[in-house]
Design a protein around this ligand. Sequence first.
Ligand SMILES: Cc1cc2nc3c(=O)[nH]c(=O)nc-3n(C[C@H](O)[C@H](O)[C@H](O)COP(=O)(O)O)c2cc1C
Ligand code: SF4
Length: 441
Amino acid sequence: MYTAPHIVIPQIKDLHKIDVYEANGGYGAYRKILGMTPDAVIDEVKKSGLRGRGGACFSTGMKWSFMPKGNDKPKYLVINGDESEPGSFKDRQILEYNPHQLIEGILIAGYAMGIKSAFIYIRGEYHKWVKIMQTAVDEAYAKGYIGEKMKSVFGGDYTMEIVVHKGAGAYVCGEETAMMSSLEGDRGYPRFKPPFPANKGLWGMPTTINNVETLATVPPIISMGSHAYSQIGAVGHCGTLLYGLSGHLNKPGVYELPTDVLLTDLIYKYGGGVPGNKKVKAVIPGGSSMPPLHGDEIEGVVMNNEALKAYKTFIGTGGVMVMDEDTDIPKLLLRIVHFYHHESCGQCTPCREGCGWMEKLLKRIVKGDATTEDIDLLMSVANNIDGNTICALGEAAAWPVQGFLRKFRSEFEAKVKTNRSFIPLNVVHGRRASADTLLPA
Ligand SMILES: Cc1cc2nc3c(=O)[nH]c(=O)nc-3n(C[C@H](O)[C@H](O)[C@H](O)COP(=O)(O)O)c2cc1C
Ligand code: SF4
């Protein structure tokens, strides 16, 4: 069933139906681990080199090993299908084309960590995919692959209950602690870490949060073995990724490819090149929060987290956004920052105020009303958000600003005046601003 590179979304017709999934070896990986101890399963996932697909690229086996052993408290698994980052649209492909592989991954993760309840949290706007996932869960319940009937179907004592939960359309709820607040019925506010979810998570209980693609990758790892999986793709960040190609491309879409694929192959071989054969000006490699690559540096870039570090960026969610030579970079950045400003939950000052200031400064730059000092001020605001917030939404807003200013400063400078020439009206006092702001045009 699993032929690289299509292991997360194999090209099999009607795979979303449980009978088709089973006819192609589905639920075999779960049967296989029933002959292993939970620790041996965690070890296998560790050895495979699987790293989280939700953005941070953390070792999945390591994360699972942080869960306390024993069953004296309820433990929870939360599956992150919020997928609200601009440029990211790959998890919904799994929900649509291979939902049973996700369910099987949940069963394996649950068995390994001794978890008996799982919540699949799906983005509020994903009505279609919520329905498909719910149908798959219902099918699996009917067959006894989830729930109490598991005891008679698979033998043993282990059972798992799965709930499909629809979010309400807030990007911040994709952040793992905000997701837990949301699941508990509260406002989706992120929480300070530590304590980490493995110690104090959902309803104060030990909890693991994994991305949809992460868990859907687990059954093939078990089926083919950790060694075989670790040989796919690049050393240090192995396997396949669902690359979501968007922007100025002839063939945008989701492509499952090994992690040693070249960015230029993604753009020209799979993405069909840039419309009108225009030049590439910039590429965001992993969703809108990742710093960009300059068009001049894309040659030879390998699309995995380790390789991208040399370009001061990361693979994030694998959402590759391509911008052609006509792109207005300050305007593009304004659009990105507007999103983060809108989505900030407002709990911490650097993010709440800083995102607003960055948006105001960028509006000024785009309008041609800014000075060079405003560019430096924009960088300073971004630097002061970075690392000073409760959750990483602050960084998600600051990183593209820092990255675009670092690599495309001349595009911003071209829009500003060396001295402010407009004359701001002092509305409160009904008079013109003081003499020192009245600079010659
Ligand atoms: C603002 C924000 C939004 C996020 N949105 C998502 C998301 O939609 N899906 C996701 O899997 N992870 C998202 N994350 C990352 C999660 O907090 C978490 O790291 C991830 O779900 C862990 O799964 P993994 O280890 O399998 O990657 C987001 C993080 C932040 C800070
Ligand atoms: S960084 Fe932003 S989104 Fe995250 S908790 Fe602070 S204010 Fe809320």
